[in-house]
Ligand binder design. Sequence first.
Ligand SMILES: Nc1ncnc2c1ncn2[C@@H]1O[C@H](COP(=O)(O)OP(=O)(O)OP(=O)(O)O)[C@@H](O)[C@H]1O
Ligand SMILES: [Mg+2]
Length: 309
Amino acid sequence: MPTIISVASGKGGVGKSMVVSNLGLLLARKGLRVILVDMDIGGANLHILFGMFHPPSTLTDFFSNQVTHLEDLAHPVSSPSRLRLIPGTGETLITANLQHAKKKRLIRHLHKLDADVILVDVGAGTSYHTLDFFLLADHFLAVATPDPTSVLDLYRFIKLAAIRKVLSAFLARDPVAESLLNKEFHSITEVLEAVGSTSESGVALAQKALQGFQPALILNRMTPKSRINTLHLKQLLKQYVGADLSVLGNIPEDPQVQQSILKYLPVVERSPQAAATLAFEEILENLLKHVRQREEVSETQVEPRKLRA
Ligand SMILES: Nc1ncnc2c1ncn2[C@@H]1O[C@H](COP(=O)(O)OP(=O)(O)OP(=O)(O)O)[C@@H](O)[C@H]1O
Ligand SMILES: [Mg+2]
């Protein structure tokens, strides 16, 4: 089974797709078979970052059953063809109202893809689809810029993702689920208290659902003046999730990133010496360490999945 890593941000335009394309390429260079999946429903554009203007098939074909196997949508984007991309879907009636069964089918097929790593670009926002696509992964990456609105949106995203994760442990009509839907929470402890006040036995279920939910951060577009906001973000998230979040690294504001996008190439490919490229190389090593550490912890809890690079 592949290791699935999802990448989210809450706010749009902060660099998720750029992070997905560059990390994907670096993981493939490590010898891993990588598939990037564009789950930014309505805003899919990951294929453009690789200069693929007219993808032969996209997730729309999968949702409309024109393509039976998700694997058939994985188009090579670099040679050697260890890096493949499943192009996303535009805003169609099917995707705007994505039925639960279609979402389940997509998630089922994702877990069966023939790859070592799957990187999922979940798009911006906090819709149920976005939260569910984020949460289907084994490991969670969150991208933010030092812009205060990005920090706030990321905080909101992680909060809602945590609540959605707890909700997934209960049936929709369960009193616990109903008690969580309309309340504003300021920490995971408050969420667990709310569960406990409705059902004592629910607390253990909720705690189990939250086990391993520890998104790691990537800070993008950093400048020498950006420190304060990111410290604030870390404090907020620590207070909410109750644990120190690992920061995998800081990507600087770098004009080479924009230049590479204009050339339809990841910056790590086009500008090997760019400051952003050096940052990505460090982030890759930290990501691999992060994944291995979590795999070691989960070995005692669930069936382990090994990522070897
Ligand atoms: N480190 C950086 N330095 C300079 N420019 C950057 C950097 N990171 C991102 N950008 C700029 O931000 C733009 C948006 O990046 P990207 O498309 O990856 O964001 P996104 O989060 O995927 O957006 P969306 O939510 O719309 O999918 C890029 O086209 C690029 O011009
Ligand atoms: Mg994007």
